[in-house]
Ligand binder design. Structure first.
Ligand SMILES: NC(=O)C1=CN([C@@H]2O[C@H](COP(=O)(O)OP(=O)(O)OC[C@H]3O[C@@H](n4cnc5c(N)ncnc54)[C@H](OP(=O)(O)O)[C@@H]3O)[C@@H](O)[C@H]2O)C=CC1
Ligand SMILES: CC(C)(CO)C(=O)C(=O)O
Length: 317
């Protein structure tokens, strides 16, 4: 099976690295200094218990790769549409596209572009990032993928992809209700990413302060109300489950949105709490906590995207 990776970052570089090490026919799209390092020195994956470097085919030209059987979609949610246009030449009739991104509208965006029948929903449970050009650093538990057909069917293509992941030593499972999986994770990360980033605090600190802990649960409850209004079949105790999951994380855990903010990189706020606010307005679901997070984080994104404007309004007489 010929595999393409759209976005060789924390997620694409980690899982793609394992697939490459297992000898799979895999091709990576990257750019800038990261691409140069990948081409010159290979891809290095650094984890808690093992480090490895593997020679890979990395390029910024989709035409150099050509059509693939499986395309792993691993860019930030705000890059989904540009990336979809970019990889057009890699997608043919039987190509399967598996998104491992955070957010709940990536499937829909990809389906609009390529057709729903090509898309598998998925999510990654992992803490990983590009530590330096060519190097993916991972921490915490081994990365895990949950994915499935949008219809919930256990198809032959899903079995083949599961087999591929497992042969590469990647923990993976198939869900017969991927919409529920995506919404449960969305509820979790809108709370955890939103409150940790707003307060510039690790998850342990957020949980240790009663007020931010209540804020965290409140953000999650708003997402739960929205999901129920949209008819998403979340478990009855979705918020309790998400809070228990938050408790199970390392106390020093910093979500990727907080890391992005600290490194002055555009955050995924539009695809997370911003998405909640927009959908909730249409459905008349009150989401005041999410609105505050969105307003503050939207400003942060504007400052990152337009530093000259930000400094003109911040300094001087
Ligand atoms: N990292 C994590 O621990 C987790 C992340 N996720 C989710 O997975 C998704 C990916 O996250 P993550 O891997 O951290 O993101 P990264 O920013 O680390 O990786 C995305 C990569 O895609 C590259 N890219 C984007 N557009 C193009 C393009 N047109 N051509 C070539 N390269 C391109 C980016 O390059 P550039 O930097 O130049 O923009 C970047 O290197 C997000 O939705 C995230 O929320 C989910 C679970 C955990
Ligand atoms: C919360 C976590 C680590 C789940 O894997 C995540 O999705 C992220 O930080 O982007």
């Amino acid at each position: 099976m010929k595999i393409g990776v759209m976005g060789t970052g924390g997620v694409g570089g980690y899982f793609g690295g394992y697939l490459a090490r297992a000898g799979m026919d895999i091709h990576f799209l990257a750019r800038g200094k990261h691409l140069q390092a990948l081409q010159e020195d290979g891809l290095e994956v650094v984890t808690n218990n093992e480090n490895f470097r593997v020679r890979i085919h990395a390029t910024s030209e989709p035409d150099d790769i050509g059509p693939v059987d499986l395309l792993l979609f691993c860019v930030k949610a705000h890059d989904t549409e540009q990336a979809a246009r970019y990889v057009e030449s890699m997608v043919e009739e039987d190509t399967v596209i598996l998104t491992l991104q955070n957010g709940i509208d990536n499937v829909e965006k990809l389906a609009q572009y390529f057709g729903e029948e090509k898309i598998l929903g998925g999510t990654a449970y992992i803490e990983s990032t590009i530590a330096s050009p060519g190097v993916i650093a991972h921490s915490g538990q081994p990365g895990r993928i949950v994915f499935g057909e949008l219809t919930g069917e256990r198809t032959e293509r899903v079995e083949r992809i599961l087999d591929l992941f497992r042969k590469a030593g990647i923990q993976a499972e198939v869900s017969d209700n991927i919409h529920q999986v995506l919404w449960s994770k969305f509820l979790f990360i809108c709370g955890v990413h939103g409150v940790s980033t707003l307060s510039r605090s690790s998850l342990g600190l957020v949980l240790a302060c009663p007020e931010t802990r209540e804020l965290l649960a409140g953000v999650m409850r708003e997402v739960e109300s929205l999901a129920r209004k949209r008819g998403v079949d979340l478990p009855a105790d979705a918020v309790d489950q998400a809070m228990a999951l938050a408790e199970s994380y390392n106390k020093r855990f910093k979500p990727s949105m907080l890391r992005d903010l600290e490194w002055h990189r555009k955050t995924e706020i539009e695809a997370l709490n911003g998405m909640v606010v927009r959908m909730a307005r249409d459905l008349e679901v009150p989401t005041p906590y999410n609105e505050v997070i969105y307003a503050v984080m939207r400003l942060e994104n504007k400052k990152i995207e337009n530093p000259v404007w930000a400094s003109q309004l911040s300094t001087g007489d």
